[in-house]
Design a protein around this ligand. Structure first.
Ligand code: FMN
Length: 221
């Protein structure tokens, strides 16, 4: 494997949180450092995100692949540079997320267009593609030193109403974005969650060969 593909973990990286050392020995994490080091971090510093940087994040989302190049994603962006707009989007976020999300300087609501442009037929890959765009945004954010925490915990109907989102479109997630802050500032429950190791199902649980449920033999190596 090329050396650049082997993770070299900098455990002082605030994006990794305090659990970094628990994962350093995991050979399964022989993936690009950008992917290996990403984790959801819910503590944000007060630093604002420059609009130029925000632009780069959305540009990254723009270049995500999509079924038939429909690019069925849209984003409603609210920054603390405009307090009223920020509060409007924050008002859609459920209380258990507001606790920490209120400190992020940027909130982004992602929206999927559920029908194809031309025929108006359902696009069954709309959520998938909106998710890919959010993944591109996330990794660009990480490159820029930013945290992204996506939230399913928001009021979809309220977001639809407040932002006049048509029926042909569906709100997907709200993402809180900002520079990493002090994890110690989080409520205890979240602090614990934050410092727990990331857990994942093993490859054999979801990589199959021949028939559904039969683990691909090479995943056992
Ligand atoms: C679509 C989606 C919805 C999520 N919703 C929430 C949420 O409402 N609140 C929250 O604190 N974290 C939320 N998360 C973060 C997940 O809990 C987190 O990604 C998962 O526990 C794995 O942890 P990791 O991102 O650190 O690897 C969400 C993540 C995704 C992708």
């Amino acid at each position: 494997m090329a050396e650049s593909n082997v993770i070299s973990i900098d455990s002082s990286d605030p994006l990794r949180g305090k659990s970094a050392s628990t994962q350093e020995d995991d050979p399964a994490r022989s993936i690009h450092p950008l992917l290996a080091q990403r984790r959801t971090f819910r503590a944000f510093s007060e630093a604002r995100v420059e609009l130029e940087t925000l632009h780069a994040l959305l540009e990254a989302a723009r270049w995500a692949p999509s079924s038939m190049n429909q690019q069925p994603w849209s984003f409603v962006v609210a920054t603390k540079q405009n307090e009223a707009e920020f509060e409007r989007l924050l008002s859609c976020v459920l209380e258990f997320n507001v606790v920490w999300a209120q400190h992020a300087p940027v909130l982004v609501l992602s929206v999927a267009k559920l029908i194809f442009d031309a025929e108006g037929e359902p696009n069954r890959h709309a959520f998938h593609d909106a998710g890919q765009a959010m993944a591109f945004l996330t990794f660009q954010a990480n490159v820029c030193g930013l945290n992204v925490c996506q939230m399913a915990g928001f009021d979809v109907a309220k977001a639809r109403g407040l932002f006049s989102i048509p029926e042909s479109h569906e709100p997907v997630v709200v993402a809180a974005i900002g520079y990493p802050g002090d994890g110690a500032s989080l409520p205890e429950k979240l602090r614990k969650k934050q410092s727990a190791p990331q857990t994942r199902r093993p490859l054999r649980d979801f990589v199959f060969e021949g028939t559904w449920g039969r683990p691909a033999t090479w995943t056992e190596e």
